[in-house]
Design a protein around this ligand. Structure first.
Ligand SMILES: [Zn+2]
Length: 158
């Protein structure tokens, strides 16, 4: 979960930073991701896509952003992720849960579930439960503020 939290810090979304980390049954990291716009090789890629939430389809980030879970699955560098565990800082949405199921991930550990009643998270629960994926809320072993502090120090060094 620490790696997922640090990964989240790389997101350029001004409002919601989410990180995800996939580990294999031996707890080795096989994929990491954070929420970001599609990695299209064009000039001014970041300016092309808006982080706004306006109604017009050209200015609604939800229509374009790639979620952290999706990016962690796609970034797996060819590793087999059947039977893996995905750590995510936010409860996965229904679209990510479909990817989680289809990729063979068997366990999801999340840090926060802020909007359990929204349709996308309610549907996500149905998807994950039906697929018999183990869902666990992360219980920090230590004080997470230490990790945030460490990350802030790291950012000042980079
Ligand atoms: Zn998602």
């Amino acid at each position: 979960m620490g790696v997922a939290l640090i990964s989240a810090q790389r997101s350029k979304d001004p409002k919601t930073q989410v990180g995800a980390c996939i580990v294999n049954p031996k707890n080795r990291i096989v994929g990491v991701g954070y929420n970001g716009m599609p990695d299209i090789d064009i000039k001014h890629n970041d300016a092309m896509f808006s982080w706004e939430k306006e109604k017009h389809y050209t200015r609604d980030k939800h229509l374009y952003v790639c979620h952290a879970e999706m990016n962690a699955i796609v970034n797996k560098m060819g590793a087999d992720i059947q039977g893996c565990t995905l750590y995510t800082t936010k409860y996965p949405c229904n679209e990510c849960s479909k990817l989680i199921i289809q990729s063979g991930i068997k366990k999801v550990v999340f840090l926060e579930d802020k909007e359990p009643n929204r349709n996308i998270y309610a549907a996500s629960r149905i998807l994950l439960q039906t697929a018999n994926i183990v869902i666990e809320k992360h219980t920090p072993k230590g004080d997470l503020s230490d990790l945030y502090e460490a990350d802030t120090k790291l950012n000042t060094l980079l």
